[in-house]
Design a protein around this ligand. Structure first.
Ligand code: 9MR
Length: 554
């Protein structure tokens, strides 16, 4: 129970698979050992040595690590340390991340636009439909001869981006891709999952049904006249904290831009191959997506440097990106993998593409993930050694960061920015892709585990940052439906953005942050859009990493 749980010993509050590396962070008390006992009968199963005390700079804390990986039997346990009043409870289970993974995908369903959520699927979170988006207006920034300002277009469905009700192609790109990439990596896992969403009865895995809700919206964001893609579908300003159906403001399609076209091309190219086996449920969709991908890519080649500039009458999220090099690489990679046309490999020019941790504005490494997933079926031109080396070198650097960290996590001051929790999980995705091309590197898996542990409680705030999943979870995320639904707590399955010393929301919060330290700049209050919002690009890597560790860890 919560009362018995130490808030001083930090560990993964959801639990571990039997074969996982298992670490807890303990304050630097004088004790040199820790004890683990069974919750059921208090029998001691392990007495272990704590590591020497070391300071973790992002939280300015001196801590010791307890390694209890040697416990591999499923069950409920408690970890105690002399000098610390309460034990930390933890669980080891064969299905450690099944519920978390299902919950993290279900969160996308809860964020669907243009549909009512029925009680049979949403339980107490049922709600009326919002934002039909069958009549949205071409904004003057997007006006063309074929579609002048004020032209009415239908672009329904999709997921709300985050705690606001707008939809942005750039962020939809990496988010939808991360879900599809999880599917390509761990297909059988998702084939056996039932999320109780409206499409659960069909022959398509629920994850792909859920992703289709957004893909259909994305398809409507392409101008059929020229292949260009609108940057966003938005109201002029953010709505108040009302339920979706109460926000009836006019909605606009704003400016076509190069990054949007390329993110769209990449996602559609990937989706085209992934949905190809599901023609009977989605007739024609695979070829339609490939055509859409190719025309968006052609548009981007003809318009290689059109960057989004926020119009003066639009105040919602910008997702401005002034560099399309990474989007060009990613789109070329996906088109190459899907079509096996070597000219796209030439466009990709892999020797000029580096590997790093992806984010909405830097997507080149999504190419390395897909290339890793398809390593065995690439055409002869592909330099497999280069692909492996890119992933291996990045993963080696991330492991070194973990080994040097007092918390045992590859996170340093510079990693704490807006959406830092997604940065942690995107590091894990890159480690998992590297592990995929070389499964002798168990350090990659262990380091990915540490990053999931971090998000689920092995962090200085003692929060498991996923709503409804853990002992101490965010209760007041910046998410309009969670605030306006009148139900205590937050809608479950959403990953909060996490610590962000930028604290850009301070001026809008009546409550202060408890700390200005990088890893402690977190405020569980709905005012805190800079540390406690939710977003589709933060949930998607949670889906990926929780599935991967569920599948890969013995
Ligand atoms: O995730 C985005 C972050 O990288 C930016 O620093 C921040 C400010 O521009 O915006 C974040 O994205 C927000 C978007 O603009 C609007 N919907 C909510 C998103 C999450 O906060």
């Amino acid at each position: 129970s919560t009362a018995a749980q130490s808030d001083l010993i930090k560990l993964n509050q959801i639990g571990y698979k039997p074969g996982a590396e298992k670490l807890a962070v303990v304050p630097a008390v004088s004790a040199t050992t820790f004890t683990v006992s069974k919750t059921s009968d208090n029998s001691v199963v392990l007495t272990g040595n704590l590591s020497a005390a070391q300071t973790w700079e992002p939280a300015n804390e001196s801590v010791k690590l307890a390694d209890f990986s040697s416990i591999t039997t499923a069950g409920d346990y408690k970890l105690t340390v002399d000098g610390i009043e309460k034990p930390a409870n933890f669980t080891i289970a064969a299905n450690a991340y099944d519920a978390l993974n299902a919950g993290a995908i279900k969160a996308f369903y809860y964020n669907r636009a243009s549909t009512p959520l029925l009680e049979s699927h949403a339980g107490v979170y049922k709600r009326a439909a919002g934002h039909a988006d069958t009549k949205v207006y071409i904004h003057k920034s997007a006006a063309s001869a074929a579609r002048p300002e004020g032209t009415v277009v239908s672009a329904p469905k999709g997921w709300y981006d985050a705690g606001d009700y707008n939809l942005y192609i750039v962020n939809s790109g990496i988010s939808t891709y991360s879900l599809l990439a999880a599917y390509e990596g761990y297909e059988n896992y998702f084939k056996n999952q039932n999320l109780n969403i409206p499409e659960s009865a069909d022959d398509v895995p629920d994850l792909l049904n859920e992703a289709m809700w957004n893909l259909e919206w994305m398809l409507a964001m392409q101008d059929p006249n020229d292949g260009g893609v609108y940057h966003k579908l938005t109201s002029k300003s953010f709505s108040g904290f009302v339920m979706p159906d109460a926000d009836t403001s006019d909605r606009f399609l704003v400016q076509k831009a190069t990054p949007a076209a390329l993110d769209f091309a990449a996602v559609m190219a990937a989706a085209s191959r992934i949905y190809a086996p599901y023609e009977s449920t989605y007739p024609g969709v695979s070829s339609k997506m490939l055509k859409a991908a190719k025309s968006a890519y052609q548009w981007a080649k003809a318009n290689p440097a059109i960057y989004y500039t926020q119009p003066s009458d639009i105040a919602t999220g910008a997702y401005g990106d002034k560099d399309a090099t990474d989007e060009f690489a990613w789109a070329a990679a996906e088109l190459y993998i899907t079509t096996k046309d070597d000219s796209y490999y030439a466009d990709l020019n892999p020797s000029a593409v580096t590997a790093n941790v992806p984010a909405w504005g830097d997507v080149k490494s999504l190419a390395w993930i897909s290339l890793a997933h398809h390593l065995d079926s690439l055409t002869k031109v592909a330099d497999k050694t280069l692909i492996k080396n890119r992933l291996n070198n990045l993963a080696t650097d991330i492991v070194a960061k973990k080994m040097a960290s007092a918390y045992g996590v590859p996170l340093v001051n510079g990693d704490f920015n807006w959406g830092s929790n997604s940065g942690a999980l995107n590091q894990a995705i890159m480690l998992l892709a590297a592990y995929e091309v070389d499964n002798t590197k168990t350090d990659y898996l262990k380091t990915a585990q540490s990053l999931l542990d971090y998000v689920l409680g092995r962090n200085p705030t003692d929060f498991s940052y996923v709503t409804g999943f853990g002992v101490r979870t965010p209760q007041n995320v910046h998410h309009r439906p969670s605030v306006a639904d009148g139900i205590a707590g937050s809608i479950p399955g959403f990953l909060a953005g996490g610590p962000n010393p930028g604290q850009q929301d301070k001026k809008d919060c009546s409550v202060p942050y408890a700390s200005s330290l990088p890893a402690k700049s977190y405020l569980d209050h709905s005012c805190s859009y800079a540390s406690n919002e939710i977003a589709i690009n933060w949930n998607a890597p949670l889906v990926y990493v929780s599935a991967a560790l569920q599948v890969l860890t013995p």
